[in-house]
Ligand binder design. Structure first.
Ligand code: CA
Length: 446
């Protein structure tokens, strides 16, 4: 396991009581960073603690920080976290240690801090979360062998895993401008698809979600300068949940031979809180254990440290609710339960491979894992797997079924890391509702 410090101490509690209830995603051991607004105030950085946000600008104004932590808070107190990401993880680590100390229940200055709570803390219920970073680039990988195998059966039934999969983490450059924060509705896209033998244009009929984890890049690398596998962790600022909405009918028609385009760039939803690399240290696991006969990673993607602790153990779930379910007061239905330890390639390997040709990664870039499907039926992490490539219907409470998403459906992702002897931490929510496709500009109304 990577080196831990006092911020991971399971006996540490906070004077912010909601952080200690055992169920919150945001105990004092988590301390994720995000960007929020409330009232008339501008967008600014904050740290989640229980059901509150510690306002970085207010903490700075109260002069509660010194040294690297102060530099870090200044970098993170504006409308994006990119300046903090650019500084390198030493600064985010200093901020984490300082906030863990400020917020701990046994802080000797607790009474003074509690007296300032109204200025330092903003209730989450009164805040509007923003995108945590200006995302300059969004790269979508495809590193679950289970997802790749199920997806590949359609076009290559005898040999569904592409020959390169076990040698390199497959990826394509997706679209950064349409990355949006949880809660913003997603419009069903219009697009071109094959309907029987006809080629048609209109609202997507096969809209899907993909449950993924996003990796936020830290300082990045200069063009032409690769990142060694053991330096890759220094380039990982943190993680979010990511829904890579996918228009399967558009994708199937457009993707040969250059890969997906409009079927993926319609929108991508991410969770607002960035779970730092530090916070996830207790949940490191060994790299994916390759079955006998699989090739070892080439040397540039292999190191003893990465093999020992390069994987992550994060439980992930997808819940689906329809407009009818919500009207009936029914709870969202869980359709997927999976874990990041099923990923064949791990985050450090993605970073190293991405920069191996000298490509420059930049602060705030997102590298997504691809659909985090596992080996079991319940761990299928998108509808095209759950519905057996369109062949079966997924039953929902109240008698409804789904093959693909319908207007009014809401998809919510959650993520939680747990390990005996440590305090469990969560990712907060990544959710969005599907709105109808926009009327085509200039089209006659029916
Ligand atoms: Ca994807």
């Amino acid at each position: 396991m990577p080196k831990l410090d006092e911020t991971h101490d399971p006996s540490r509690h906070s004077w912010v009581k909601s952080a200690n209830d055992g169920t919150t995603d945001f105990p004092i051991q988590n301390l994720p960073l995000g960007v929020f607004r409330n009232g008339a105030g501008g967008a600014r950085g904050g740290v989640a603690i229980g059901d509150h946000i510690l306002d970085l600008a207010a903490v700075l104004k109260a002069n509660l920080l010194t040294g690297d932590a102060k530099v870090a808070a200044e970098a993170a107190s504006g409308p994006t976290l990119n300046p903090l990401m650019a500084l390198g993880n030493r600064y985010a680590s200093a901020l984490r240690r300082e906030f863990s100390n400020l917020l701990r229940a046994d802080n000797s200055e607790r009474a003074k801090l509690e007296a300032m709570a109204d200025t330092l803390l903003v209730p989450m219920a009164k805040a509007q979360m923003q995108l945590p970073a200006a995302v300059g680039a969004f790269t979508d990988f495809m590193v679950s062998i289970y997802h790749t195998e199920r997806a590949g059966r359609a076009s290559r039934p005898d040999n569904p895993i592409p020959p390169n999969f076990k040698y390199l983490p497959i990826a394509y450059n997706s679209r950064a401008s349409s990355v949006r924060v949880s809660g913003e509705p997603v419009k069903r896209p219009n697009g071109q698809f094959k309907n029987g033998e006809a080629i048609e244009f209109g609202p997507c009929r096969w809209l899907d979600f993909e449950l993924e984890v996003g990796v936020f890049v830290g300082p990045g690398n200069a063009l032409g300068t690769p990142i060694a596998i053991d330096q890759a962790p220094d380039q990982i600022f943190g993680y979010c949940l990511l829904n890579d909405w996918s228009a399967r009918d558009i994708q199937r028609w457009e993707m040969m031979p250059l890969g997906p385009f409009l079927s993926k760039s319609l929108s991508t939803t991410i969770s607002p809180w960035v779970i730092t690399a530090d916070a996830l240290k207790p949940f490191a696991v060994p790299a994916f254990k390759r079955p006998a006969g699989d090739p070892a990673p080439l040397p540039y993607l292999y190191s003893a440290a990465d093999q020992a602790e390069g994987g992550l153990d994060i439980d992930l779930e997808v819940h689906l609710s329809t407009a009818k379910m919500r009207a009936a007061g029914a709870a969202p239905a869980r359709v997927t339960a999976t874990n990041t330890k099923h990923l064949y390639w791990n985050p450090a390997q993605l970073v190293t491979h991405h920069a191996s040709n000298g490509c420059n990664l930049q602060p705030g870039d997102i590298l997504a894992t691809g659909t985090v499907s596992g080996p079991t039926d319940e761990s299928r992490a998108c509808l095209i797997e759950l519905n057996d490539r369109g062949a079966t219907k997924i039953p929902l409470p109240g008698g409804e079924t789904r093959t693909f998403l319908e207007d009014g459906d809401e998809v919510a992702f959650s993520g939680r890391a747990a390990r005996d002897g440590y305090v469990s931490i969560g990712f907060g929510e990544c959710s969005a509702r599907i709105d109808p496709a926009p009327a085509w500009p200039g089209a006659q109304k029916g």
